[in-house]
Design a protein around this ligand. Sequence first.
Ligand SMILES: [Zn+2]
Ligand SMILES: [Zn+2]
Length: 250
Amino acid sequence: MKLVTRTQLGWPASAAPTQTSTKGVKVHYEGTPVSTRLLADHDACLAEWQAIRKSHLANTTENYSDVAYNYAACPHGYLLEGRGIGKRTGANGNQELNIAHYAIVGLVGDEGLTEPTDAMLAAIRDGIDLLRRNGAGTEIRGHRDGYATACPGPALYAWVQKGAPRPTSLEEDDVPLTDADAEKVAVATVNKLLKGGALETSDVDRIAKAVAARPATLTDAQVQALATNPALAEAIAEKVAVKLAERLAK
Ligand SMILES: [Zn+2]
Ligand SMILES: [Zn+2]
């Protein structure tokens, strides 16, 4: 996962209302012309995301406290933080729909850049998986489900209807994890486990990968909590050791 945080975007903490769980995630598109220049220039993606937030903050009809989406995904596979984890979206059409699902927007529109890249689909999937580790249920829907809109456009909607599969060329482990991502991923995954969430093999892999990328990721309290589950701690330690050895060998 290649996450660009609010801090990196220069934004303060989101003032959006708290929403710690939902039935799932709804996928959106911009619904306006989007320049194909984004494909060749990731700075243009960041500028686009800044502009979306600015336009939402200027929208007096909706009276938004922040950009309406929880995350955006760009053609280069970056997941751009919006309201983020634990926040109600403002994007789904009305309050009832906003309470029911989080929202992720793909930076494609109804003209110009209309087709998501595989990297964008992988980033949307990263966002769905991250939200699932933090209270989102398993539903994956389009904005148009339950609301009269063309959003998220034909290409993204067709993908949503297939269950939003991760492109096979971009399995999660193939995408390099930055240090900033590593911390968020490890903390989110461990916290889910500590709350009694079901342990999946991918969770162990994820923590191991994050800890190997950034050994000081976990707090003492989290390490202590993991120690109460020796099997889990051992599995993680083993995988971390393998990953560290791989890094040293390079
Ligand atoms: Zn939408
Ligand atoms: Zn980009």
